[in-house]
Design a protein around this ligand. Structure first.
Ligand SMILES: C[S@@+](CC[C@H](N)C(=O)[O-])C[C@H]1O[C@@H](n2cnc3c(N)ncnc32)[C@H](O)[C@@H]1O
Length: 501
């Protein structure tokens, strides 16, 4: 009989050895799989733990039962469009003298993703025959790899495959679709564990493009960070990385530029010079006191042509008037700013004092916290051009800072660039799907544009996210409104967009 302690230990071993994370809700499943392995092998847990530490075959057998292999051809087709138009175009240009391309599908499952890449390269790479193209699929699960090598698929695997590709690359036989031999022969599969070092797989600067989609979401953060660092090492500078649409590199790696085209996100490896220039730093992790300061919201919708920034500024003006009547003590310049003091000033909406305080910090250009507070305070006091400059400096340190992208969205909206505002909100949402404010803002912008469906969708999301939104983020990005006030605003806007109450 397994004890809770046994399961906790086994869970940690699985995370270490296979890179797979199981939360408390999945402990029942983990326990069933473990019981099955123990009884099949006639072992007790300590002996099984020893076996896992030394026997790769048992790691494979366990992986077969624990991994999720869901995949299909042309999955997230927008990414394949970006692959062809951007990644393939850039890498073939860069490699035109050598005519060689190396592509990895990491966590390839039954091969659908790797074969999709092979089809696209076959169709879209000019003078294909003169190129040496190698596509490799790697997976931990041997049974998935067997399926990949077999290259016969049920109709369900082709559910997103365009008709032209079906006709060109598959032949129906009974209930299966058999992949064309040319495409099947274009991919090499091998077993490998992304959670472990592998000198061949991750040889420095050897890969042009990596697809690692819907894999790292199952890894604990530290394992995911190590995998991303291996991918960074193995990619050439300027090489491309595609992750699943629910995955991003925030907090995992600073080695990549975020790219946003074709309605999708992906990454491009920085050059060595860019990496050398980047100072290592901690991501912004400001901790706030939990007391929120009240600002009452009008539970009426905004006039349709009012920007969210105008609303913030209108509310801030009231505070500015108040603080002018009771002048704040002057803050002496210091080498580095006092975070507690800055946060207290922010909490009491003394934005000008925050600006003065953080600007006195000599290390401001290498301090994401200082730049964030500066950008927030400048936004709240209406200095949008300066706020944008602070955001850009912050993004130079941390390109994946969701808050900075959100603040840029406010500036774009204020300048009447609604498309750019929507794009910046989308980036913020992609980088942090739990972040309520860019959803709310995207809803307001959509309403201004008359796109009521999008407005309702975004505002509904914002309303549900606001319930759990971190208080410190509401304080920073909520334009001075409380959680309740922002929720009331969402509801009023939803009603104005014709959503049922
Ligand atoms: C959900 S599938 C994703 C397949 C494909 N990349 C896609 O997006 O359609 C995840 C795959 O990652 C594999 N995997 C999980 N952990 C792995 C590890 N540590 N090393 C290699 N592959 C792993 C699983 O076996 C599974 O086949």
């Amino acid at each position: 009989m397994l004890t809770p302690g046994d399961l906790t230990r086994f869970r940690a071993l699985v995370a270490r050895r296979l890179g797979l994370e199981f939360d408390d809700g999945k402990l029942g499943f983990l326990s069933e799989v473990l019981e099955r392995r123990l009884s099949a092998l006639g072992l007790k847990l300590p002996a099984y733990e020893d076996l896992l530490a030394r026997d790769a075959a048992e790691v494979s057998a366990l992986a077969e039962q624990l991994t999720v292999g869901e995949t299909y051809f042309f999955r997230n087709i927008d990414q394949f469009h970006a692959f062809v138009d951007v990644a393939l175009a850039a890498r073939t240009q860069a490699m035109s003298a050598f005519k060689s391309l190396r592509i990895l599908s990491a966590g390839c499952s039954s091969g659908d993703e790797a074969y999709t890449l092979a089809m696209l390269i076959h169709e879209r790479l000019p003078e294909r025959a003169s190129w040496d193209v190698r596509i490799t699929g790697v997976d931990l699960n041997p049974r998935a790899l067997e399926k990949a090598r077999r290259a016969r698929y049920p109709a369900w695997s082709l559910r997103e495959t365009p008709q032209s590709a079906r006709e060109r690359w598959f032949r129906a036989e009974k209930s299966e679709f058999i992949l064309d031999r040319q495409i099947a022969g274009a991919v090499t599969f091998r077993q490998g564990n992304l959670a472990e070092e592998d000198a061949l797989l991750w040889a420095p600067g050897t890969l042009d493009v990596v697809f690692c989609r819907n894999v790292s979401m199952y890894f604990p953060r530290e394992v995911a960070a190590r995998v991303m660092s291996r991918i960074s090492r193995a990619l050439v500078p300027g090489g491309f990385l595609f992750l699943g649409h629910a995955e991003n590199l925030r907090g995992l790696s600073q080695d990549f530029h975020l790219r946003h085209t074709h309605g999708t996100f992906y990454y491009q490896r920085k050059t060595e010079e860019e990496l050398a220039r980047d100072e290592p730093h901690e991501g912004a992790a400001l901790e706030f006191p939990q007391t929120a300061r009240p600002r009452e919201a009008t539970p009426t919708p905004l006039p349709p042509d009012t920007s969210w920034f105008e609303v913030i500024q209108h509310a801030s003006q009231r505070i500015a008037d108040l603080t002018q009547r009771t002048p704040a003590p002057r803050i002496p310049p210091r080498a580095t700013f006092d975070r507690t003091q800055a946060l207290e000033l922010l909490r009491t909406e003394r934005f000008r004092d925050v600006v003065e305080l953080v600007r006195a910090d000599r290390a401001i250009d290498t301090d994401p916290d200082a730049l964030l507070l500066l950008a927030v305070s400048l936004t709240n006091t209406g200095h949008l051009a300066d706020a944008e400059a602070a955001c850009r400096r912050l993004l130079a340190l941390d390109e994946l800072h969701a808050g900075a992208h959100y603040l840029l969205a406010l500036g774009h909206e204020h300048n009447g660039q609604l498309e750019a505002a929507q794009q910046a909100d989308q980036v913020a949402v992609y980088l942090d799907p739990e972040f309520a404010m860019p959803r709310l803002h995207a809803g307001l912008v959509a309403r201004r544009k008359g796109d009521l469906d999008a407005a309702r969708r975004e505002l509904t999301q914002a309303l549900s996210l606001l319930d759990h939104e971190d208080s410190s983020r509401i304080l920073l990005f909520g334009g001075g409104f409380t959680r309740d006030a922002l929720s009331a605003l969402c509801r009023a806007e939803l009603a104005a967009c014709g959503a049922p109450r």
